[in-house]
Design a protein around this ligand. Structure first.
Ligand SMILES: Cc1cc2nc3c(=O)[nH]c(=O)nc-3n(C[C@H](O)[C@H](O)[C@H](O)COP(=O)(O)O)c2cc1C
Length: 327
């Protein structure tokens, strides 16, 4: 059994987290993750209204009596996102754990604090981790350059970012980006983490409601099969290498190009509908991390979590034995 500040704070069996994932983080997967002993998050902005989010929280609660949370990704959007109403739904349904990402959660902290909701803030730099701790967040999830989605603009891999964050903040830390198995967990613990966050790994599970073609492609892909789009717009995204992401990168070789030149290609709804739902792997942009190079199967969440924990314990024990200096 690996117990950390994270398992104690949230009352979960393992220090494994599945962060919010647009197009993936629905109730059934979150419940499967919770039942497996890990901590999953429903991704709020996939639901157009707070009422729809509330219904998803209730549906998830019917499928698990274990803790789970809600992800609030706070990003500028063309269509206004009802963050205040989401916050009300979170508090009123009794959710006690929130993962925030994008902007820091300054506007939401007083209400969450007043209602005993713990906040995990996911960020990509030590300086943002330090400011989030000052704001009163309970846990920092630090996302290295390897991660799926938005790695920020500093390009610092987790092997440096994680211990640098551990040196800079006192609250518990979750290592995120590139984490896929028990070796990742053992290494993250050694570098100062209290747990690990996995996105890509949980996409390739039986309970993830995405097309089988996508799961198989994750297994087939290597760590080299991601691309960085929107670098020139300072809104970098790590996504799967495919015909569309290659086209976007090509267009963006010209630094004068704006979002308008690629909007039709990068539209999130296009990737979600064509790729995640219909399984057309070149039908749009889809998010995935370098950790796909470490993923070789599509297990049920319960088996995945059990195997990760068993491997982490083995690695920690073997290393302790290997390094032991004879007296
Ligand atoms: C398909 C997909 C969608 C994601 N969408 C979001 C999101 O909406 N909000 C968010 O905070 N993180 C999002 N992420 C990032 C994950 O929560 C997590 O931080 C990341 O996947 C960690 O890197 P890994 O994939 O190497 O494990 C997404 C990741 C994936 C794979």
């Amino acid at each position: 059994m690996i117990k950390t500040r994270l398992t104690e704070m949230f009352g979960v069996e393992t220090p494994l987290v599945m962060g919010g994932m647009t197009g993936v983080g629905y109730g059934p997967l979150v419940a499967a993750v919770a039942n497996a002993g890990a901590l999953g998050f429903i991704t709020a902005h996939m639901f157009q209204t707070a009422e729809a989010l509330e219904a998803e929280i209730k549906r998830t609660r019917e499928a698990t009596d274990k803790p789970f949370g809600v992800n609030l990704t706070i990003l500028p959007s063309l269509n206004p996102i009802p963050y205040d109403e989401y916050r009300r739904a979170i508090i009123e349904t009794g959710i006690k754990i929130v993962e925030t990402a994008g902007r820091n959660p300054v506007d939401h902290m007083p209400d969450f604090k007043a209602h005993g909701v713990k906040v995990i803030h996911k960020c990509t730099s030590v300086r943002h981790a330090v400011s989030a701790e000052k704001l009163g967040v309970d846990v920092i999830s630090i996302d290295g350059f390897e991660c799926a989605g938005h790695p920020g603009e500093d390009d610092i891999g987790l092997i440096v970012l994680l211990p640098a964050t551990a040196d800079a903040v006192k609250v518990p830390i979750i290592a995120s980006g590139g984490m896929a198995d028990g070796r990742s967990l053992a290494a993250a613990l050694a570098l100062g983490a209290d747990g690990v966050n996995m996105g890509t790994r949980f996409m390739a599970t039986q309970e993830a409601r995405i097309h089988e073609n996508v799961k198989r492609k994750i297994v087939e892909n290597t760590e080299r099969d991601t691309l960085l789009t929107n670098r020139t717009l300072r809104n970098t995204a790590r996504v799967a290498r495919n015909a569309i992401s290659e086209e976007v990168v090509k267009i963006q070789e010209d630094p004068t190009k704006t979002i308008e030149d690629v909007r039709h290609l990068v539209a999130g709804v296009r990737g979600r509908t064509n790729v995640l739902e219909r399984g057309d792997l070149d039908g749009g942009i889809w998010t995935v991390g370098q950790s796909q190079g470490l993923i070789h199967d599509i297990p049920a969440c319960a088996d995945l979590v059990r195997n990760i924990m068993r491997q982490a314990e083995e690695v920690l024990q073997k290393n302790a034995a290997r390094m032991a200096v004879p007296a």
